[in-house]
Write a protein that binds this ligand. Structure first.
Ligand code: OXT
Ligand code: ADP
Ligand code: MG
Length: 573
């Protein structure tokens, strides 16, 4: 426990719960709080702002929570979301579970009602046993009942969020805690500045030697970089390891740009070949979950005898889907440092293997390149995204936020990223609704321009936050890929009664939502218009919404993951 801060002293020598919470957060490096005000946290939010924390006030807790989650990913510090009790708390929970699922550090702080009423279910204002509900949905959950425990409560929340496999933490603050008064000097002594919250974790030398043995004996090795490797923020080391090994690599969606996508070893455009024909796969901060078909099936060339090397900070991840021949349990920076130290005279993989991947990638890039040149009106995904690809090539620091189905999948493979942590998307769950919260936090945390490429359905989940973007004057350009529907805008109700469940109002004027709050709104019907509008938005840093009208018939069911839809046998008769 260190005594390094003097709590704000509202009344001479007294402090209270409000101020101790703020002091404890500041002491632990929290700078920004993503928030929706209301009883019992309105004054807490006001006081946070008065005490120098940046308070970003949202229109819905889900979006504030998504902002906090991605802030955690970008900064390796817990992103903090502050909500009211019961409904506000529940609204924040999707993001808290999303953060946990994605292994990002986040703290959801919710005000709550009084224990003595809630526990007897007497029917309090917004009564709910929030702690019990949060527990199964996050990495850790705590309630603070006494002002003198605020220091410990926040220290535990911070450490739980960032240590080991990062994740979401719930912190329950009953209303009565905030007004509790204590002596200021005594209060200061209760605060804890967490020392070394995410300690280095080195694997055993024997585990490193085993991994090097497995890798060096492979004829067709492949590296898969996941967002855990991007989160680890040891970018130069990852690059050094990949380049020293000479092994081709794939980047999972949010790991794109960890090494630039035009890197000679990048196998992204030969993904199927690389997965199917490799004989040894090294996973670095990526899980063999659904996004990698659990390491089995046709895509992996089953039956296969591939050997896996896996770096992950969580030992329980090993063997979760496939037997891991060489588990390396530790943090990526420590693991790669030890691997590099042991690589000595490393021989690059067989040129026949690397050459086959490079040839396939070049052929795929050329084939796709031709489709990206089109200037069709109405636009298709390739024509529109081809232009945005060139905008990102000219703005490598801009952050790409991306959600939707076709809009997500096409943008992922078309738009190259050249720097780490520039591509932020739907993550492990494929959640629609991360868009505006993510865009806002990306702008707030990095100061860089943000371009959010949004399916029209995806945008609808968080669209009201364009007001927040305008209110804070953030450099966010939202591009709505308006194909008038989910996947396609062409479905019909066979009975003729209603619109089909997947279609929206045709060519809705989403741009007016931005102009309603003082930002710029543009309709783009051609690739030329689209490119011009996005370039202007980045240059001006003015909140902008570009309503990009896409041919409603060009998308495919569920984008690239249509195979996950159950099929009706009856329908096929
Ligand atoms: O090698 P092959 O031949 O296979 O080719 C691959 C690469 O080699 C090649 N490639 C390239 N070629 C040339 N050049 C370059 N540079 C290049 N790069 C790659 O391209 C192919 C594909 O490569 P990729 O993408 O890397 O590989 P692949 O096989 O696709 O990878 C597999 C996956 C699984 C890793 C990947 O597909 C992936 O990451 N997928 C994520 C999918 C996902 O998460 N989708 C979102 C959820 S979909 C659905 O659930 C939706 N909902 C329901 C809903 C949700 N999600 N959430 C909530 C809260 N409520 C409801 C809804 C409502 S989507 C949705 C809305 C959709 O409508 P919108 O209007 O928003 O969007 P539109 O569809 O646009 O209308
Ligand atoms: P992707 O979706 O990109 O494949 P995942 O979210 O599935 O990535 O996997 C990320 C993995 O990275 C998680 O298993 C997590 O435990 C791990 N991880 C996160 N940070 C670190 C770190 N610093 N060192 C090692 N592993 C990490
Ligand atoms: Mg759509």
């Amino acid at each position: 426990m260190t005594e390094t801060s003097t709590p704000t002293d509202p009344q001479g020598d007294l402090t209270d719960g409000f101020h101790l919470i703020i002091d404890a957060l500041k002491l632990n490096g929290v700078e920004t709080v993503y928030h929706v005000p209301g009883i019992p946290v309105t004054d807490l939010g006001r006081m946070m702002q008065a005490e120098g924390l940046r308070v970003i006030s949202f229109r819905h807790e889900s979006n504030a929570g998504n902002a906090a989650a991605i802030a955690g990913y970008l900064t390796r510090k817990p992103g903090v979301c502050l909500t009211v009790s019961a409904p506000g708390f529940l609204n924040g929970l999707v993001a808290l579970s999303h953060a946990t699922t994605n292994c990002w550090p986040m703290i959801l702080i919710s005000g709550s009602s009084e224990r003595e009423i809630v526990d007897l279910q007497k029917g309090d204002y917004e009564e709910m046993d929030q702690l019990a509900i949060a527990k199964p949905l996050c990495k850790a959950a705590y309630r603070i009942l006494r002002a003198e425990d605020i220091g410990i409560g926040i220290a535990r929340a911070v450490r739980a969020a960032v240590s080991g496999r990062p994740g979401g933490v719930y912190l329950d603050l009953p209303a009565s805690l905030m007004g509790q008064v204590m002596d200021a000097a005594a209060g200061a002594k209760t605060l804890i500045e967490v020392v070394d919250p995410a300690p280095a974790q080195f694997p055993a030398q024997a585990a490193v030697d085993r991994a090097l043995d497995v890798l060096s004996s492979a004829r067709k090795p492949l590296i898969i970089l996941g967002k855990g490797a991007a989160y680890a923020q040891c970018d130069a080391l990852v690059r050094q390891f990949v380049e020293t090994s000479g092994i081709p690599y794939l980047a999972m969606s949010m790991a794109k740009g960890l090494l630039p996508d035009d890197h000679g070893q990048y196998a992204g455009a030969a993904r199927s070949l690389a997965l199917k024909d490799s004989d040894c796969v090294m996973l670095i901060g990526a899980r063999l979950n659904w996004l990698l078909s659990h390491g089995r099936g046709k895509q992996w060339g089953e039956p296969h005898g591939k050997r896996f090397v896996h770096i992950d900070i969580d030992p329980k991840e090993m063997d979760s889907n496939q037997p891991i021949a060489a588990p390396l349990v530790g943090d990526i920076e420590s693991c790669l440092t030890m691997l590099l130290a042991g690589m000595g005279d490393w021989s690059a993989p067989d040129a026949a293997w690397t050459g086959a991947i490079a040839d396939k990638a070049a052929a795929n890039v050329a084939r796709m390149g031709a489709r990206l040149m089109n200037n069709n009106v109405p636009m298709d995904y390739h024509g529109a995204l081809g232009r945005l690809k060139s905008v990102f090539a000219d703005h490598p620091d801009a952050i790409l936020v991306n959600e939707g189905a076709n809009t997500l999948d096409f943008a992922r493979s078309i738009i190259d990223m050249s720097k780490p942590r520039k591509r932020l998307d739907v993550g492990t769950w494929g959640v629609m609704g991360i868009g505006m919260g993510t865009a806002i936090a990306a702008a707030v945390e990095t100061g860089q321009p943000v371009v959010a490429i949004e399916g029209d359905s995806a945008f609808g989940f968080s669209g009201m936050e364009v007001e927040t973007i305008c209110r804070y004057g953030l450099p966010v350009c939202v591009v709505v890929f308006n194909n008038s529907g989910i996947y396609r805008g062409t479905d019909t109700d066979p009975t003729g009664r209603d619109p089909a469940p997947t279609v929206f109002v045709r060519e809705a004027q989403y741009d007016l939502m931005m102009t309603a709050f003082g930002g710029a709104g543009v309709t783009a019907r051609s690739p030329d218009d689209l490119e011009q509008a996005v370039r202007a938005a980045i240059a001006s840093r003015r909140p902008t919404l570009v309503n990009a009208i896409i041919d409603p018939s060009t998308g495919t069911e569920s984008g690239r993951i249509g195979n996950l839809n159950p099929q009706s046998v009856v329908k096929k008769k």
